[in-house]
Design a protein around this ligand. Structure first.
Ligand SMILES: [Zn+2]
Length: 153
C-alpha cells in the first residue's frame, strides 16, 4: 500500500489559467482540483506508471484521458502539447494521465498499445473510447467531446 499513499502525496504546481495563482495539486484526489484563490477548476495533468496507475487513474472520479507515449516516439511529442491544451480547456471535466509505455508494461498490455501514441478515455477504470495514433487538435477535441457526451447519455 506504500505506492498508493505515495501517489496521493505527489504534488505538482499548476498555474491557474484564470487568475495566474500557483496551486499545489496532488496526483490523486477525489473530485477535481480548484484554484485556492478564485475557485476555477485547474488543469490536472499527471504522470503515472504501473505502480501508481490504479490510484491515479482507475480511482479517479473525473473521466481520465490516458496518453500512452514513449520518449522515442515522434508523433507522441507532437500530440502531447495538444493533449495538455485540451486538458487545460476541459479543466474540471477530465484528468490527463501520461504513461511512458516503455516503463509501464502492464498498462501497455491492458490497453493493447501496439502502436503509440494510444489514447484511452477511462471512466472509473472502464474504457469509454480509444484513439490510436496522433491526430490534429480539432479532431482530438471532437473525439474527446463525443466520447464524454456518449458517457453522459
Ligand atoms: Zn485562480
Amino acid at each position: 500500500m506504500t505506492t498508493s499513499s505515495d501517489a496521493r502525496e505527489v504534488v505538482g504546481v499548476v498555474r491557474c489559467p484564470k487568475c495566474g495563482k500557483n496551486n499545489r495539486v496532488p496526483a490523486a484526489a477525489s473530485g477535481a482540483p480548484r484554484c485556492g484563490n478564485c475557485k476555477a477548476p485547474l488543469p490536472w495533468i499527471v504522470d503515472a506508471g504501473d505502480d501508481s496507475f490504479s490510484v491515479v487513474a482507475d480511482e479517479s472520479s473525473l473521466p481520465v484521458l490516458v496518453d500512452l507515449w514513449a520518449p522515442w516516439c515522434g508523433p507522441c511529442r507532437a500530440v502531447s502539447p495538444v493533449l495538455e491544451q485540451l486538458a487545460t480547456e476541459m479543466a474540471g471535466r477530465i484528468k490527463l494521465v501520461k504513461v511512458n509505455a516503455d516503463v509501464a508494461p502492464q498498462a501497455s498490455r491492458r490497453f493493447e498499445a501496439q502502436a503509440i501514441p494510444t489514447l484511452v478515455l477511462l471512466d472509473r477504470g472502464k474504457v469509454v473510447a480509444r484513439q490510436i495514433g496522433a491526430a490534429p487538435a480539432d479532431a482530438l477535441r471532437k473525439w474527446l467531446e463525443n466520447a464524454l457526451a456518449g458517457k453522459a447519455a
